[in-house]
Design a protein around this ligand. Structure first.
Ligand SMILES: [Zn+2]
Length: 178
């Protein structure tokens, strides 16, 4: 077993068994990981109040034998919580667009800064997409090939112009304005 400290943002939380939880964290040191939170759903849990989605935390994690997984939250302290709708949307984007166990310090730094400064505008998403390897400069609409791209659709990983987005009836919460 190894122990490590990292800053992280809580992307999500899931029930596990009757009283435990699993949290999805985007961490500075390890990228996206899932971590077990023992007895998280007991009213006496000291960890749980610090592990709500949107919280910026400092966590002490214990990693089991299995390489690249098996994390457990041993201790955690929240510093801030980002819960406005735009922040929730950005956190969902971060969750959808990243794979577990791939550390990316640039993505971490950008995500943390954008949340802190409440920047949820197209340039903010252009920056995140750029770090993830998508060029919004050279992108064209996946449907009509127009060079005027207005949205990135996270679910489908595609770029669309505004008219095509309307034709395809893409719900607003799934479309990132770029
Ligand atoms: Zn189009």
């Amino acid at each position: 077993m190894t122990e490590l400290y990292t800053e992280a943002i809580v992307l999500g939380k899931e029930k596990r068994g009757d009283i435990d939880s699993t949290v999805i964290l985007y961490s500075k040191s390890l990228g996206k990981i899932r971590a077990f939170v023992k007895s998280a759903r007991k009213i006496t849990s000291k960890l749980s109040p610090h592990l709500e989605p949107g919280m910026l935390v400092r966590a002490r994690l214990i990693q089991g034998e299995k390489r690249g997984g098996n994390f457990q939250v041993a201790d955690v302290l929240s510093e801030e919580r980002y819960k406005e709708a735009e922040a929730v949307k950005m956190l969902r984007f971060a969750n959808d667009m990243t794979a577990e166990g791939e550390e990316d310090i640039r993505f971490w730094q950008a995500l943390k800064l954008l949340l802190k400064e409440k920047r949820f505008d197209p340039p903010a998403y252009q920056l995140l997409l750029h770090i993830l390897g998508f060029s919004t400069q050279t992108a064209s609409c996946n449907r009509c090939h127009s060079k005027k791209v207005d949205y990135f659709i996270t679910d489908e990983v595609l770029f669309l112009c505004r008219p095509c987005s309307r034709i395809l009836n893409i719900p607003e919460e799934k479309a990132i304005s770029i």
